[in-house]
Write a protein that binds this ligand. Sequence first.
Ligand code: ATP
Ligand code: MG
Length: 422
Amino acid sequence: MSKLIQAIRGMNDITPDETAYWRVLENTIVQTIISYGYQQIRFPIVEKTELFARSIGEVTDIVEKEMYTFEDRNGDSLTLRPEGTASCVRAAIQNGLLHHQTQRLWYTGPMFRYERPQKGRYRQFHQVGVEAFGMDGPDIDAELIIMTARIWRQLGLTDLELQINSLGSTECRENYRTLLVDYFGRHQKSLDEDSQRRLHRNPLRILDSKNPAMQALIEDAPKLQEHLDEDASQHFEGLKTLLDAVNIQYQINPRLVRGLDYYNKTVFEWVTTQLGAQGTVCAGGRYDGLVVQLGGKPSAAAGFAMGIERLVELAKHNLVLENMPHVYLVLVGDTSVVAGRVLAETLRAGLPNLRMISHCGGGSFKSQFKRADKSGAQLALIIGEDEASSQTVSLKYLRQDQAQQTIAQDELVVVLKKYFQI
Ligand code: ATP
Ligand code: MG
């Protein structure tokens, strides 16, 4: 026997018993997003490396150590997308979607980051993301947050905490940056290696450090909240008023800076304590400068992305699966194989929502019933030689105590429709 070639560490198969949860979850999320008038955009999984370096920021964890970057056969540097925002902005500019107009867009798909694999953290993971362009007020920030809150309600998630913060405008961030360099400079000896390196190149990133040894120092750092300019602080007040009006509770977290450089003003995260260290299920914010940074005309922008793996883990027990077959068609004998195939297609035409497995491969009643049972079906429809010649079918209830019955084949659509409410 040849040696099995395993999947790459941190890149998981999603097996049939899992995909059922994924599909219900993704459908619920997408349906809500669509109900707010957002339209899907699809873009490639591979982009030029420069796109991510320029948008996410050279001095960030993602760009410094998490990207899957390779040379293609022409020698161009390409990267598997680590997130969707940069590609979405690139695609929107390139296809002329941003000029003098607003856009509400969503996307979904795999993202790739070379992280240390652990529960809730993978090297290939999946996101649903939303980006809104051309709207610069706090109303659209509020809409994004309100929409995510509605998604949690649909998924039966009640204990997620919303954390918000404002990163201010580019100007007040510059001033704040000086304060930070000053503060961390005075404590240079306590900085870990990453933070030492970031002190002058990107001091805000230090606030995003996950190193427990750094937390006390970060806690005492000057707070951007206290240095917001008029425009940014009005924007933040506007957002809070809207969230209050619809009864969405939030915590202001002054240390919330997000791991990517492009954000300004509003940033937010939805966090749970139920997933251990990997507790953020959704994160986003405003990024007004990015469109220009990537070569477009000025356009306000805000968005978020949610992590599907973490949400499946969290919401699994709330999801009602519509996965099991309703019916398993048992066919014994040569004439039944033909008659059963014909009947099956009549049923599918008459009942488009019927989930039915027609047995293939022959075998005794006993062996076919075993398969029927294992399939999870509620009902076995049986066609043996007798049923085939009399144009009848026998119904055997697999999950409830009810006697087997035989009915005419042409009554079946009506009977099944009523029984399964489909
Ligand atoms: P974290 O702080 O957990 O590293 P992040 O700030 O890097 O997250 P974003 O880039 O904002 O994450 O991505 C949005 C969401 O995507 C996260 O909140 C999380 O739910 C999910 N996510 C990010 N990285 C991973 C990963 N490696 N594996 C699984 N899910 C992830
Ligand atoms: Mg990360």
